[in-house]
Design a protein. Structure first.
Length: 191
């Protein structure tokens, strides 16, 4: 229990702890399917037919992340401070729930529209910062090894894992952003 007060920085990943019949698809299924398609498309099939510069691709993604961080933080601030009664109502239908621990009690809350959008945009802002850091790392660091065949194989495996994680994070950000935009464009105007 003493550890709980030290993990507050992970609150921004609350989106991945939301529970609902529908939300699981947007948290895990759609991003995973999209990242597999992109990863296999670029790294396996694309290398035969496509010619691309990976470092320029990562640099362009990082440019976009620099813009998106500000957008998500502004959206989070707007959602948090916008006065609208509809935002403070519990979501209709199968509202997502979030279980949190306060004191020594677990509290399962059905989310209001405001809380849902705050969790969503907080996740997107954090994920875009993490993607930016990953991108800087991918663009500026390369591992050169001459330690033998097994070291090279291990390095290739580690590199593939990093690319899979990077691709999944970008896919998750895209899917969750589209979910948030759908909610702002379509669902916010239906009380």
């Amino acid at each position: 229990m003493a550890l709980r007060k030290h993990i507050k920085v992970f609150t921004v990943f609350s989106f991945l702890r939301l529970r609902s019949v529908d939300i699981f698809w947007y948290q895990w299924i759609y991003p995973t399917v999209l990242s597999v398609i992109v990863f296999v498309g670029f790294h396996c099939i694309g290398s035969v037919w496509l010619s691309y510069d990976t470092s320029m691709l990562v640099g362009d993604i990082n440019s976009l992340m620099g813009i998106l961080v500000g957008f998500y933080i502004a959206a989070l601030a707007a959602v948090s401070s916008f006065t609208n009664e509809n935002l403070d109502q519990v979501m209709k239908g199968r509202a997502p729930t979030l279980t949190t621990v306060r004191g020594y009690q677990e509290i399962k809350e059905k989310l209001t529209r405001r809380r849902f959008l705050a969790v969503l945009f907080g996740y997107c802002a954090t994920l875009s910062i993490v993607i930016y850091i990953f991108g800087v790392w991918l663009a500026h660091i390369s591992v050169n090894s001459s330690g033998g065949m097994w070291v090279d194989d291990l390095g290739a495996f580690a590199g593939a894992c990093v690319w899979v994680a990077y691709t999944w994070m970008i896919s998750s950000l895209l899917v969750v952003t589209l979910l948030g935009l759908h909610y702002l464009v379509e669902r916010m105007h239906r009380a």
